[in-house]
Write a protein that binds this ligand. Sequence first.
Ligand SMILES: Cc1cc2nc3c(=O)[nH]c(=O)nc-3n(C[C@H](O)[C@H](O)[C@H](O)COP(=O)(O)O)c2cc1C
Length: 263
Amino acid sequence: MVKIGPLGFVKSLWRILAGRPRVPPSLQNNPLLDIILKRRSVRSFADREIPDDVLAAILEAGRLAPSTVNLQTWAFAVLTADSWRETFGSAIPFRGQRAVIVMGDTHRGKLIAEAFPASPLVEYTIAVMNASLAAMNMNIAAEALGVSSVMLSETGRSGFLDAGYLKEKLGLPDGVIPLMTIVLGYARGAYPPMPPKLPLDQVCFQGKYREADSAIMEDWLAQMIAGYKASHLSSSFEAQLRVYQSKLGKAEADLQAMILGRK
Ligand SMILES: Cc1cc2nc3c(=O)[nH]c(=O)nc-3n(C[C@H](O)[C@H](O)[C@H](O)COP(=O)(O)O)c2cc1C
């Protein structure tokens, strides 16, 4: 892991604060592009209810998302603050007002099952791809309606790393795989700064695949470490990675059982 001293810490924080979406001048002020580029994961929500019609519109954006062969391989568990508490015995993380747990649902393909004989990884990949697109559609729709969100895969046992737990709590059959929770609410205060994003020339290539520049990757990691420290005074990026590591073995076994039928 990259080590950063006090000077590196300040430099990395400054680089985070200087980060901005880059839009060609000719395309500035496009309302939808603005919404997409200004979206941030929000982790502090006001004590203000989301009206039912707003939530219905967000779910509609999920329902109408694109999907492989239009299979719509997703299922959404829709929770209020009360029903989350009843189900999980705690508040929605970050005091969100509503939550949508997004699942990949391989059962949707059963009607055309002959198209996928014995191909669990293909079915799983299709389900995850499509459900993730539905999640992003909901996320952008929420943002367009003034509702902020954060997707969770770990915080509050809310995603695929706690698949076995969610399977039990939500009564999921095998083949229905919890992926993430979208926590929704009205942001309390201003949006956080944009976290370090890799430069476009490091994620795009033409012709054959090209590895990212290692110095730029190290710079990104230094910014991640500094940014995490600045926003979580009592924790660290390394500590957060250890939480993920501690859950990996159980998550892997649960997911293999749910996807491949291996116990
Ligand atoms: C599938 C998925 C799972 C995530 N899980 C968590 C999580 O468990 N806890 C958390 O605080 N943020 C989580 N995030 C939010 C990411 O940390 C965030 O998207 C990333 O840092 C980039 O920030 P941005 O969304 O503001 O661009 C998750 C995001 C995604 C897409």
